[in-house]
Write a protein that binds this ligand. Sequence first.
Ligand code: NAD
Ligand code: TYD
Length: 348
Amino acid sequence: MKLLVTGGAGFIGSNFIRYILRARPGVSVINLDKLTYAGNLENLAGLESHPRYSFIRGDICNRHLVSDIMSGGVDAVINFAAESHVDRSIMDASPFVETNVRGTQVLLDAAVAYWKERLNGRAAAGAERPVIFIQVSTDEVYGSLGPEGRFTEESPLKPSSPYSASKAAADLLALAYHRTHGLPVIVTRCSNNYGPYQFPEKLIPLMITNALEGRPLPVYGDGLNVRDWLHVEDHCRALELVLFRGRPGEIYNIGGHGERPNIEVVQMILRLLNKPESLIRFVKDRPGHDRRYAIDPSKITRELGWRPRYTFEEGLAETVEWYVKNRFWWERIKSGEYREYYMKMYGE
Ligand code: NAD
Ligand code: TYD
């Protein structure tokens, strides 16, 4: 099986590529990534000469490039490529609409064209496997919950930020391509991920690395906003099941009952690092800040037998240890050195 993975140099995409190459000897991967500020080839260090892996630097909005890659032969597309940080989307929504909405449309168009061509070609041979298109989405499309309840696949879409609105738009496009063109699309909506190689602007890696540097830990508002944390490897396992056994046209929510208020997560990190709580600073709240996310994962558990393997305590301890041991990785990012490296390697 030949996979086109987009955004594979980012946090979840790079973890997925490492995971799937390890878990599935019959899978090969083409990684298409633009290498924005969040894309980092160091996340894939060691895979450069892997016989089942190749990298193409490029934009999912580039129609010619995407069509060319697909016509080279692709059995499935997994679209991770996105602008992914809520705070950045509040500053400037344009790149979010461009990549998350238009980029997804370009991928869907190319997949439809390639799929139809392939169906025609294969009809005579009488054997066809569908080209599966997995749109990797987020629970943030459902908006904010009160103190009770969980998001199901039927929950209404009520995105609060330009980021989540752009992801909701992409989900709807993907599902519309299934209804209209019969493209075998599956949408997954996962809760907040954490684990190795997460860019240190998101809560968990920011707090770990700030604490290690002895810098203040900025907690928005009262710190009581709740996120439903899932280890990235559990997300990757869910995507693997969806890829091989998911039903086209369906949505699968992914989450591991890992609800925690932000302040509790920050306190756990400080305890693991043996650092004082005096580093915590309560700062101005994020505009439109969703109060609580929580996923009901019963559909993916029932249909595909998925269950998370990590408890939050185990996963967080392992993640903290990873950031302690891989200081060179995040120090280069935080210092801006890695940008210079990319400029030298690839130009702008
Ligand atoms: P990330 O920001 O770490 O990585 C995004 C990757 O996409 C980067 O490598 C970047 O270079 C690449 N990219 C951006 N624009 C591109 C373009 N136009 N063409 C090609 N590549 C481009 O994001 P992440 O946290 O790994 O998230 C991956 C996906 O999972 C996103 O779609 C996100 O919405 C979704 N998701 C994330 C979380 C989470 O907690 N991080 C949770 C649920 C869903
Ligand atoms: P984040 O990691 O940005 O993910 P998302 O906004 O997609 O859920 O933020 C997770 C939670 O942590 C969210 O409630 C905002 C909060 N937060 C802080 O309190 N301080 C910070 O510096 C950051 C980045 C986030």
